[in-house]
Ligand binder design. Structure first.
Ligand code: UDP
Length: 240
């Protein structure tokens, strides 16, 4: 399978450093304290935030700060072969790394004994769902008014068909050489998530990291626009 042709064009017509289209809407669920819906290429993601509220059971409370509980879940119908419902090793890993990313940016000390629930549902999956999920959850957290040191966003870069590329599609993720999901805090510039699957030389890694950070910045602009639109409709007194 030729993932990228001699002219540097990828299977879906993108250039090596081009992202898929991303669309974000904040405040789509009325019962949640904060929510967001995001489409990223063929990925469709819903994020809902509840809290801060008293942590239950009580033994899970931390007297000094809030506990952040992220739950990443792929719907059974989100992939071609039906996915067995419920948590598996992969979703537990993704929930853990996303929780850790948010623990680094949420001002948890302001809410001792509380918990903040971040639910991420993947309705349709087409590679890059952890980045799409984290990006949607960050908008939902901001929509819930949870204080954070900054807004975070994620984007992956990697290598396929011998080229360093931005934002891997499904075939590139399955048959490519490497995947490098990255999340950054845009206020502090800190990297809050970085994982790597596959092999990259130091030079390729540097290039992929630069691409991923550029992707994060592009997504950050869309997050801000979605939140601005949400606040504008709030101020106007209308429903989002
Ligand atoms: N995938 C799938 N079935 C599964 C898990 C994953 O078809 O049970 C697909 C899905 O499209 C996902 C992609 O494989 O987006 C890549 O998964 P990976 O573990 O690399 O995480 P992601 O790229 O989604 O963050």
């Amino acid at each position: 399978m030729e993932l990228i042709n001699k002219k540097g064009v990828r299977m879906d017509g993108r250039k090596p450093d081009q992202m898929r289209d991303v669309r974000i809407e904040a405040g789509v669920l009325h019962r949640a304290d904060g929510s967001a819906y995001l489409e990223w290429g063929g990925n469709k993601v819903l994020a809902a935030v509840y809290g801060p509220r008293e942590a239950i059971p009580r033994h899970s409370q931390d007297a000094t700060k809030a506990v952040v509980k992220c739950r990443y879940n792929m719907a059974a119908f989100s992939v071609d072969d039906r996915k067995r419902p419920g948590p598996d090793r992969r979703s537990q890993e993704i929930s853990k790394v996303i929780s850790e990313a948010f623990e680094n940016v949420i001002l948890t000390e302001e809410f001792p004994r509380a918990q903040i629930d971040v639910n991420i549902e993947i309705l349709e999956a087409e590679a890059g769902t952890r980045c799409a999920g984290l990006t949607a959850a960050a908008v939902a957290l901001a929509d819930a008014g949870i204080p954070m040191t900054g807004l975070i966003s994620a984007c992956a870069a990697g290598k396929a068909g011998g080229h360093v590329i931005l934002d891997l599609g499904k075939a590139e993720d399955n048959y490519g050489e490497a995947d490098l999901p990255v999340a950054i805090n845009h206020q502090t510039g800190e990297v809050v998530l970085l994982q790597m699957d596959g092999d990259l030389s130091q030079k390729e890694f540097d290039q992929a990291l630069e691409y991923a950070i550029r992707g994060c910045k592009e997504v950050h602009e869309l997050q801000k626009a979605a939140l601005m639109k949400r606040y504008a409709s709030h101020n106007g007194g209308g429903e989002a």
